[in-house]
Write a protein that binds this ligand. Structure first.
Ligand code: FE2
Ligand code: FE2
Length: 135
């Protein structure tokens, strides 16, 4: 299984958010690579923790922009963020407890999330932020 190739069309046009989306992308890529080369899974665990932290930083940044812009779908978007964090922390625990096949399940989950949220739900912000003059 492979992660995605980076493509500049993934950007939504607000620099701070785009940099963080790229940062999240890069950490997920590292998880995919480490899964293939690493025997004991220590790096995978540490990197997944780093990812969970960085995702929380990113969500607070994005939510700040949404609030400032009075984005009408703020609450449902924030719910998606909160749900995601809860799920990632659950994966962190399961990786720590070495649940069978958990690393592969984590990767499938992260890839699906990137496609559905970053390249899906967050896309809706692009036009809205543009009308607010954010960049
Ligand atoms: Fe985002
Ligand atoms: Fe988001």
């Amino acid at each position: 299984m492979q992660f995605l190739e980076w493509n500049d069309t993934y950007n939504i046009g607000v620099k701070e958010i785009d940099n963080q989306h790229r940062g999240l992308f890069d950490i997920i890529s590292k998880l995919f690579t480490s899964r293939m080369v690493e025997p004991d899974g220590k790096y995978f665990f540490l990197t997944l923790n780093k990812f969970a932290e960085y995702a929380q930083v990113h969500f607070s940044t994005e939510e700040r922009y949404m609030q400032e812009a009075q984005y009408p779908k703020f609450e449902e978007h924030q719910r998606e963020h909160n749900l995601f964090i809860a799920q990632v922390l659950q994966y962190v625990r399961e990786v720590q407890n070495k649940k069978p096949d958990i690393e592969n399940k984590t990767l499938v989950f992260l890839k699906e999330w990137y496609l559905a949220h970053i390249l899906g739900t967050d896309r809706d912000l692009e036009i809205f932020f543009k009308t607010k003059g954010f960049k």
